[in-house]
Design a protein around this ligand. Structure first.
Ligand code: NAD
Length: 387
């Protein structure tokens, strides 16, 4: 007898801007067995029309506003992709209306709103409430985390990561949205984009016990600090430095790779969205040589598809999602404490976020492998060199 099939989640989209067009719709389109978009709304009628055009959704499914969308019986869950200052109020209304919620990051505009997100989740224990953090689901990062868990580089003692890239407003890109140029949220780009980097750091290096931050405003096109540098002490004992810089002038090609130094080897995470590289080196003291093992990941989507799968598993099968509100708050609070630290010129401790703890390693439901059933190519190679 064939297993009964579970009908797809009837999904409503609130906000159909760039994140939906470039990130979520390409993933949703491939997940027809898990999701059916039954309604959508955007404050801008033009954006709603644009979504209907490229997705092929019936324009009659456009709701006049979020209240109208949330009142619909044919919407089980919502995906919220509105500008950061509006995320909280929309998530609150959706939960109050009894919907399951996948809300874009970050958890609000500052530490106070991050706490409000936690309280909102606590007030709705019967609902699935996820704040998106696609980096938790990236194949290359999960692979690196599995290597670290297996002791591939021994005990991690140092993390070093500098990320630099020109940032100027470009029409049709994320940088072109006016709400990002004059951000009404503390930290600007370091909260908007920086939470992904913090998620990567926490996934791979564990929780952060102490932070010392410094900031600098050196980009006239954004009304926020463009440079942030952090010295970090991890709860596991390792130390690290993370520096992110977004100048308005072009910069020569930067490696932007993250390096993790262990007692028995080094892990390097490099590459760009189209091709990610994870390289592990281990040395042999007797021959004074080192061997590198590189795995190249192609055709992965930065984790958006797996994030949607985890949310669907939580709604339909009661699986505990990796991208919990608490985990997202833990990411945002590192940025907020870093800004406090910069303002006070002091090293600050980070309080544990209730319900967060170490980031769990996501695997496809019911599987012990990391990539079972997932798209993408993984190519491994090895090389040796004299140490
Ligand atoms: N996970 C990621 O990699 C990633 C990447 C980009 C953006 N995001 C997040 O997605 C969200 C949206 O970013 P974006 O780049 O798509 O912005 P955007 O400006 O392109 O789109 C936001 C859309 O929301 C609409 N809107 C604004 N207020 C609304 C409201 N109250 N109700 C309904 N619609 C409303 C706007 O008209 C706009 O079309 C942000 O929270 C951002 O942090 C996440």
């Amino acid at each position: 007898m064939a297993a009964p099939t579970i009908p797809p989640i009837r999904l409503g989209l609130i906000g159909t801007g760039l994140a939906v067009e470039k990130l979520h719709w390409p993933a949703l389109r491939e997940l027809g067995d898990r999701y059916m978009v039954t309604a959508f709304t955007d404050r801008s009628a033009e954006q709603s029309r644009r979504f209907a055009d490229y997705s092929g959704a019936d324009p009659a499914r456009a709701a006049a506003d979020r209240a109208a969308l949330l009142a619909r019986d044919d919407v089980d869950a919502v995906l919220i992709s509105v500008p950061i200052p509006h995320l909280y109020e929309v998530a609150r209304d959706a939960l109050t209306a009894g919907k399951d919620v996948l809300c874009e990051k970050p958890t609000g505009v500052d530490a106070e709103q991050a706490a409000a997100f936690l309280a909102l989740a606590a007030a709705h224990p019967d609902r699935t409430f996820v704040v998106g953090e696609n980096f938790f689901y990236r194949d290359d990062l999960r692979y690196a985390r599995a290597l670290l868990d297996d002791g591939a580089i021994g005990r991690l003692h140092l993390m070093a990561w500098r990320h630099t890239g020109q940032l100027v407003p470009r029409e049709g890109r994320f940088t072109g949205t006016p709400w990002r140029q004059r951000p009404q949220y503390r930290g600007g780009i370091h909260l908007d984009f920086g939470v992904h980097h913090i998620a990567q750091i926490r996934l791979l290096c564990g929780d952060i016990a102490q932070v010392h931050g410094a900031v600098q405003a050196a980009n006239s096109t954004i009304d926020a600090p463009s440079d942030l540098t952090l010295n970090l002490v991890f709860t596991g004992g390792a130390i690290g430095n993370y520096t992110a810089s977004y100048p308005e002038i072009p910069v020569p090609p930067e490696p932007n790779d993250m390096r993790l130094y262990g007692t028995e080897g080094v892990l390097v995470l490099a590459g760009s969205e189209s091709e990610r590289h994870v390289t592990r080196s281990s040395s042999d003291a007797t021959t004074n040589t080192a061997t590198t093992h590189t795995t190249v990941f192609r055709g992965i989507d930065n984790g958006y598809r797996a994030e949607l799968v985890d949310f669907a598993d939580a709604v339909q099968f009661g699986v505990r999602p990796v991208g919990s509100v608490a985990q997202s708050v833990a990411n945002a609070m590192v940025v907020q404490r870093a800004l406090d630290s910069a303002e006070r010129a002091a090293v600050l401790a980070l309080d544990p976020v209730p319900g967060a703890g170490p980031v769990p390693l996501w695997r496809p439901r019911g599987s012990t492998g990391l990539f079972d059933g997932l798209p993408g190519q993984r190519i491994s190679s090895s090389a040796s060199f004299a140490a």
